[in-house]
Ligand binder design. Structure first.
Ligand code: KG4
Ligand code: ZN
Length: 338
């Protein structure tokens, strides 16, 4: 049994959580969305500054909510890659300082491994091997989870990540940032069959591409052309129908690849992670398809789909139990394959 305090500052959420194995004792997430909204996207310098301002109070709050002091913490973890370098450094340097000060082991965690471990917070009985469909603002990956620390990427995006596609399409429709939740909300009132859209150039039959890779840039361009054409006819866009059609196309593309991959590799469970795992359309589509193939699908609770530190702490607790400890010289890296 290991109790870990984790800090996650890879992007625009300052998050601190305490997890005892797969049980969340506290989870603090301070979103910076309001600060980045005027720019229509994340400004790295603004993100780093806000992490510095907030991280100490988030740590104090996490300890208070878990009714623990440092004597109850077995290890200190931080996301060390991938992400915005300046932002990662804030969390990692804070974790290193605390590890040194309180003489606790340090555990550096890959952000994507955290998203995989969010599924253990949904189902503590989950056992590898399973397939993880990781869909976030920066990644769209199908990952074979063999064991803790043993992952094989079977498919990824050739261009935009799924969340990035939601954000970019929302921007071209002037809907605001972040686009995923806004499109999700609008889609509930729209007709998903209103506009037929291209699903992505990557065919399951390969043809130069990897069988499980996805591509969303063609869909994004199709949305741009469609909105321009519709706007010429009538300046008031049918945003609900556009949102529903776009969302259904993304959900279909992701579902098709995840199901094909799970069946090909004989895996009976698909665990979904990342911000886009919160998407209503994807949840419905994948659940329905999985049921027809007798596959189990796991979606983390909504607050653990988007960036949070509980998922990082959960991964770190397992690493700590296996004796996987990071040196205090551990560096942050903006990019690293899982
Ligand atoms: O995992 P995450 O919080 O951060 C990254 O690691 O990237 O994912 C953020 C992404 C954003 O692109 C956001 O628009 C998208 O997840 N997102 C959604 C929804 N909620 C968040 N996309 C579709 N539907 C949602 N409900
Ligand atoms: Zn993330």
């Amino acid at each position: 049994m290991a109790t870990v305090l984790a800090i996650e500052t890879s992007c625009d959420e300052t998050a601190v959580a305490i997890v005892k194995d797969r049980h969340v004792l506290s989870s603090v997430v301070s979103s910076q969305i309001a600060s980045h909204q005027p720019y229509g996207g994340i400004v790295p310098e603004v993100a780093s500054r806000q992490h510095v301002e907030i991280v100490n109070s988030a740590i104090a709050q996490a300890l208070q909510e878990a009714t623990l002091d440092w004597s109850g913490i077995d290890g200190i973890a931080a996301t060390c890659t991938p992400g915005l370098l300046g932002a990662l450094l804030v969390g990692l340097t804070t974790a290193k300082t605390l590890a040194l000060l309180y003489q606790k082991p340090l555990i550096g965690v890959h952000h994507l491994e955290g998203h995989i471990y969010a599924s253990y917070l949904a189902a503590a009985d989950l056992q590898p091997p399973f397939l993880c469909l990781l869909v976030s603002g920066g990644h769209t990956s199908l990952i074979y989870v063999k064991d803790c620390g043993h992952y094989k990427t079977l498919g990824q995006t050739r261009d935009d990540a799924a969340g990035e596609a939601f954000d970019k399409v929302a921007r071209l429709m002037h809907l605001g940032y972040p686009g995923g939740p806004i499109i999700d909300r609008l889609a509930t009132q729209g007709n998903s069959k209103a506009f037929p859209l291209p699903e992505g150039q990557v065919s399951l039959a390969t043809g130069g591409f990897h069988r499980y890779d996805s591509s969303f840039s063609g869909l994004k361009t199709a949305m741009l052309r469609l909105t321009q054409k519709l706007q010429q006819e009538n300046p008031a866009l049918p945003i609900e129908d556009l949102a529903a059609s776009f969302q259904a196309t993304v959900a279909k593309a992701l579902t098709k690849r995840a199901i094909a991959c799970a069946l090909d590799y004989g895996l009976d469970t698909i665990a979904v992670g990342g911000g886009v795992a919160a998407n209503t359309g994807l949840r419905q589509h994948l659940q329905a398809a999985a049921q027809t193939h007798n596959l189990r699908v796991l979606f983390p609770p909504l607050q653990f789909c988007t960036d949070n530190a509980a998922m990082i702490a959960c991964a770190a607790a397992e690493h700590l139990q296996r004796g996987h400890i990071s040196p205090l010289t551990l560096g942050a890296q903006s990019r690293m394959a899982i």
